[in-house]
Design a protein around this ligand. Structure first.
Ligand code: CP
Ligand code: NVA
Length: 310
């Protein structure tokens, strides 16, 4: 289909500039406020979003589907196992075909290289709904949520406790874009592979062997599951290796008294986070989940229509 704006993909957080994020967040606020006033905003009538899931999802699926419907468009959801992808159709061919029929595509898959190949063969914008290496839509929602509660994140300190996974990689890209510091504490053997990152990213990064030391003075403490999708075979080993990397009240007490707690969800209470923290007063996890809806509506609008008046 014809697309009136320049073809752009959103495959990792660094695909957008700080100035574009400033625009997207202003636009998110406008879209969210309008939605909360029950005022319809439907610029995408007759537009279609296709979603391709090679892994499980609750939030990503619901937020993209609800968001596209609220914008006036429609959604097609494909699960690998039900489609010809599950029988080995090359990803390049799938991208060529789907992108002739819909206006925008979100894909959740395994290696980042898969989404990159998909995007290279797509005629329409492709959004990363999570890969092994990145989860940009989640951090888009997280930064917006931080700003809603505390204002600018520039100059702040974010403590990442746990696995150096897709979320952690994306936080580091965000740290250099928004100029905040990322403290990372992982168990031995699970350290971040910073060589994958730019020198600019590394300048915003500090590794800590002790998770309590990483949390000291933080403005935001965040974590994620010990075993991400795709690593299930290592689960028993990880349960043992990560047992001292739980965000609990003692750890939150090392952070600033105004610190927030975030988790992209789904969470495992009693593993990476104590119930007293995720269900406690510093936790903003439900706002974080809700904001996926609003930021992604701004993202879809930006990729399909370009800039509009805020
Ligand atoms: N946080 C997140 O992406 O959740 P889902 O896996 O449920 O989509
Ligand atoms: N790191 C997790 C995030 C889930 C939203 C995973 O990749 O499974």
């Amino acid at each position: 289909m014809n697309n009136p704006v320049e073809l752009r993909h959103y495959l990792q957080f660094k695909d957008f500039t700080p100035e574009e994020y400033e625009y997207l967040f202003a636009r998110t606020r406008w879209i969210k406020d309008k939605f909360k006033r029950y005022e319809p905003y439907q610029p995408l009538v007759d537009r279609t979003l296709a979603m391709v899931f090679e892994k499980h999802s609750t939030r990503t699926r619901v937020s993209f589907e609800a968001g596209m419907n609220q914008l006036g468009g429609s959604v097609i959801t494909l699960m690998t196992r039900d489609t010809q992808m599950g029988r080995g159709e090359p990803i390049e061919d799938v991208a060529r075909v789907i992108s002739r029929m819909v206006d925008i595509i979100m894909i959740r898959t395994f290696e980042q290289e898969i989404i990159e190949r998909f995007a290279q063969h797509s005629r329409v914008p492709v959004i990363n709904g999570l890969t092994n290496e990145h989860h940009p839509c989640q951090i888009l929602g997280d930064i917006y949520t931080y700003m809603e509660h505390r204002g600018s994140i520039r100059g702040k300190t974010v403590a990442w406790i746990g696995d150096s996974n897709n979320m952690c990689n994306t936080w580091l890209q965000a740290a250099s874009i928004f100029d905040f510091k990322l403290h990372v504490s992982t168990p031995p053997g699970y350290e971040m592979k910073t060589e994958r990152h730019t020198a600019e990213d590394r300048a915003h990064f500090e590794a800590f062997a002790d998770p309590l030391a990483a949390a000291r003075g933080a403005d935001l403490v965040t974590t994620d599951v010990w075993t991400s999708m795709g690593w299930e075979a290592e689960n028993a080993e990880r349960q043992h290796d990560f047992e001292d990397w739980q965000v609990d009240a003692e750890m939150m007490a090392r952070a600033n008294s105004s610190a927030l707690f975030m988790h992209c969800l789904p969470a495992h209470r009693g593993e990476e986070v104590a119930a007293e923290v995720i269900d406690g007063p510093q936790s903003v996890v439900w706002d974080e989940a809700e904001n996926r809806l609003h930021v992604q509506k701004a993202l879809i609008e930006y990729l399909l229509i370009g800039r509009t008046i805020v």
